[in-house]
Design a binder for this molecule. Structure first.
Ligand code: MBD
Ligand code: FE
Length: 302
């Protein structure tokens, strides 16, 4: 049964009033966004003839799953879409080149130990505090700018899962120390970095949780390939949010969170026995103070 009531004057007036459009709206941007969201939702209800039972089932699901929205958003490709949107705006403005951005995900924790990683003074940094019976991962490279110049005084934020696919501060087994596999590494004038840690395993959404239920209902899975997350910030450069996913992982091209991108899928070199990744980062120059800041996404801290 197809009706078309969203376009009627009665529903259009309802939308204006519900979004606070007709009054003296203090924030016209918010009013306009809420109106468009409501209209899109109403159109979906009409197009798919969604029943009262189905609708309230969805409301109940979202309420129950609120604690996993940080997983549901990337799982539905919305976090990746935010990257595509920023990429498109950058391309239109001629801001191209450098290491691709990719999603942050929900598992960063602010306040990780800030360690000296200037390789003219010190050795490679260790990320792993807890015992973990698996291979050592080493990773190294340099951070440079658009003309190949070394980026001076960068801070490389790095975080990854352990060999069970669990992140410290979010480990359901409670087994990890705070900031295990998390560091902020202060680099020197040459932009070189090097760290070692324990090889992570890919993340999977918590079994039986809202994200898992949604993926199952869609005929999908909730697995990510093994990966390592980064923020890189440096004076004069645009803060980069990115990650590398291991190119030889079975999920390298089947990531439930759509965080894998070409150029960010290195295959570890195992010729020395344990996996080693060489990866160079290229930052864009900042055009404003905003570029050097982090987004104001709410983040855990410890
Ligand atoms: C992760 O570890 C992650 O990186 C993303 C994007 C989503 C869920 C878990
Ligand atoms: Fe992750």
């Amino acid at each position: 049964m197809m009706t078309d009531i969203v376009r009627t004057q009665a529903v259009q007036q309802l939308l204006d009033r519900a979004a606070g459009i007709s009054g003296q709206a203090p924030g016209p941007r918010l009013n306009a966004i809420v109106r468009d969201l409501l209209e899109a939702l109403m159109s979906v209800i009409e197009r798919h003839d969604i029943s009262e039972s189905e609708f309230w089932g969805a409301v109940e699901f979202l309420g129950r799953g609120a604690g996993e929205l940080g997983l549901i958003v990337p799982g539905l490709g919305i976090e990746h879409f935010l990257d595509l949107h920023m990429d498109a705006k950058d391309a239109a403005a001629g801001r191209v080149g450098g290491t691709p951005r990719t999603i942050e995900g929900p598992l960063y924790v602010a306040g990780a130990p800030l360690v000296d990683g200037d390789l003219t003074r010190t050795n490679d940094v260790n990320l792993t505090d807890d015992p973990d019976e698996t291979e050592e991962l080493t990773m190294s490279g340099r951070v440079s700018g658009p003309d190949g110049e070394p980026v001076e005084n960068a801070i490389l934020h790095v975080w990854h899962a352990n060999s069970k696919g669990f992140y410290s501060h979010f480990d359901p087994t409670g087994a990890q120390s705070p900031f295990n596999n998390r560091r902020r590494i202060r680099l020197g004038a040459d932009g070189r970095y090097a760290f070692h840690s324990k090889m992570p395993q890919g993340y999977s959404v918590p079994p039986g949780g809202a994200a898992d239920q949604l993926m199952t209902a869609l005929g999908r899975h909730g697995n990510r390939p093994a990966h390592v997350h980064f923020f890189i910030e440096a004076p004069g450069y645009r803060t980069l949010t990115t990650q590398i996913n291991f190119g030889d992982d079975p999920h390298a091209r089947d990531d439930f969170a759509f965080g894998t991108r070409e150029g960010l899928l290195p295959v570890p070199d195992r010729s020395g026995g344990s996996p080693a990744v060489h990866f160079d980062f290229v930052l864009q120059r900042s055009a404003s103070a905003d570029d050097e800041a982090f987004s104001s996404r709410p983040r855990a801290s410890a």
